[in-house]
Ligand binder design. Structure first.
Ligand SMILES: [Zn+2]
Length: 76
């Protein structure tokens, strides 16, 4: 399974969370990633697939590409 990147806002550790989709069905779940730093409180939207949730969390803007595209605000 893919490793979670650190939180882009606070640098804290992220964790996978599994939520039951309904009270009547305990076999279906949805997943999201949350920052473990309670002062940060970042929570991602939920996904039906844990891999999609991880992919969404790990997605970062490509700084080099942003610089080439001429967007100085997103370039570092
Ligand atoms: Zn955080």
């Amino acid at each position: 399974m893919e490793k979670l990147k650190l939180c882009p806002f606070c640098g804290g550790k992220a964790k996978k969370c599994r939520h039951r989709r309904s009270f009547s069905n305990d076999k279906e779940f949805y997943y999201n990633i949350e920052c473990t730093n309670l002062k940060c409180g970042i929570i991602m939207p939920t996904y039906l697939n844990v891999h999609d949730a991880i992919k969404a969390w790990n997605r970062r803007i490509d700084n080099k590409k942003a610089a080439q595209d001429g967007n100085p605000e997103t370039a570092v």
